[in-house]
Design a protein around this ligand. Structure first.
Ligand code: YNC
Ligand code: MG
Length: 388
């Protein structure tokens, strides 16, 4: 059934009920000198390239490939439209390897036709902190689909990850592969219900009029929690302490240091928004929330071309109720003109979905580990990892 994935060191479907298999690394690492030194063979017309995402020209080529060929919803109404600034941010974390930003070009024309990336990350599984690659942005041009190019790209990124002495990876996909560590669902909170209905993202509920719908989703003009403000560089130590402590309760979560928090959570215009609650009395940072900007192209609509979506990222509530913190996140997202606020049902997100008027999305997002087995599938609430 999975001619490629059956050959890879991942949990296999046939082993799902076998409780005798140990947890942890599946294949032990080999000496780097034994890692294949040459790239895998591509079909004749194509060549490997390393993409310098710091180059405006290369970044624009990657942006164009993804804008036209990356992930769509099941009904092909929307396609992710990651911005160039977002792609640069996502691919340039502390300690990134340029060699893990891999393109495939047509030899003759140099046209970019496929892409895959890895970035380094420390991921904790139970008490085991593992150096991993987070693999993302796998994309093959629509005209080159179903030619088994994807397995070659996955093997090539794996080879380049091994060359850096890293032997595990984490990734997500909308498709079911051998085998998910957990399967999450997206939930959507309408901020601009009229547009969402106009473009077919949502529908008028039964026995609902447009004016009742607008009233249902109406939000206050300003945030309600005293001390709510944009996160600043000086907040990095406090936010790092908060997020590190918070993430310890999950079975799988990133192990973030201050450099990671500065890169991943500090606000970046049009890419990531983060807010802290600074106690008006003690000036302590007691809570924070964050979301990233990922618009989708609206395919074939006469008037609307872009759905402006905010995606919930890391949120930590120690003093403010999580429900109130997230409501404030919706209020600032609305001020910033987002149409919808999306969350996965991982971490503690389930606890506020109903009350804050989220509706369930279609499709699932499956989480995977490469070369690391878990004995049991996790509940989404046991997962503390958000991939972009
Ligand atoms: C997928 N999303 O099952 P089998 S997510 C992994 N992730 O293999 P072909 C996938 N594998 O089943 P196509 C996959 N989608 O026979 C398909 N596959 O064993 C498997 N879409 O290859 C599939 N981006 O080339 C099958 O298929 C084999 O031409 C078939 O290409 C697939 O970034 C794709 O959804 C996804 O661009 C490139 O459809 C193409 O269809 C496409 O014949 C739109 O491939 C965009 C899209 C995927 C977004 C993502 C995470 C990728 C993770 C890859 C796995 C990483 C493993 C860890 C590596 C490092 C290890 C270390 C150390
Ligand atoms: Mg293919």
């Amino acid at each position: 059934r999975h001619k490629f994935w059956e050959t890879q060191p991942v949990g296999q479907f046939k082993d799902l009920r076998d409780t005798t298999l140990p947890e942890g690394v599946i294949e032990p690492p080999t000496p780097i000198s034994e890692v294949k030194q040459e790239p895998y063979n591509l079909p004749g017309p194509y060549e490997w390239v390393t993409c310098d995402m710091g180059s405006e020209e290369t970044c624009a080529e990657v942006y164009n490939l993804l804008t036209n060929n990356y992930v769509e919803d099941d009904e092909n109404m929307f396609r992710f439209n990651y911005s160039k600034e977002f792609l640069r941010w996502a691919l340039h974390p502390p300690g990134y390897y340029k060699s893990w930003h891999i393109g495939v070009r047509v030899k003759t024309s140099k046209k970019l036709v496929a892409f895959i990336t890895g970035i380094p990350a420390k991921i904790r599984v139970r008490s085991d902190v593992v150096s991993m690659a987070e693999v993302n942005f796998l994309c093959v041009h629509k005209k080159l689909r179903s030619k088994r190019l994807a397995p070659v790209m996955i093997k090539e990124v794996t080879r380049r990850v091994h060359l850096e002495n890293i032997w595990q990876a984490a990734y997500t996909a909308g498709v079911v592969l051998p085998t998910p560590i957990t399967s999450c669902q997206y939930w959507h909170r309408s901020l601009n219900p009229k547009k969402l209905i106009d473009v077919g993202f949502s529908r008028l509920g039964p026995r609902m009029t447009m004016s009742r719908t607008l009233k249902l989703y109406k939000l206050p003009d300003s945030t309600v929690t005293p001390g709510f403000r944009k996160m600043e560089l000086r907040d990095v130590p406090a936010v790092t302490r908060l997020v590190r402590t918070y993430l310890l309760q999950f079975v799988v979560a990133p192990d973030l240091d201050e450099c990671d928090v500065e890169h991943w959570i500090l606000p970046k215009e049009g890419v990531v928004d983060s807010f802290v609650i600074e106690s008006p009395e003690t000036h302590e940072i007691t809570d924070f929330c964050s979301f990233y900007t990922l618009p989708s192209s609206i395919l074939g609509h006469p008037t609307h071309s872009t759905l402006r979506a905010a995606y919930s990222y890391y949120n930590v509530a120690t003093k403010t109720p999580l429900l109130q913190l997230m409501n404030d996140a919706h209020i600032v997202a609305k001020q910033k003109n987002f149409d919808v606020f999306n969350v996965l049902d991982l971490m503690h997100n389930e606890t506020f979905l109903k009350e804050l008027k989220y509706g369930p999305g279609g499709g699932k997002l499956h989480y995977y580990l490469y070369n690391y087995r878990l004995k049991h599938i996790l509940r989404p609430s046991e997962l503390g990892l958000v991939l972009l």
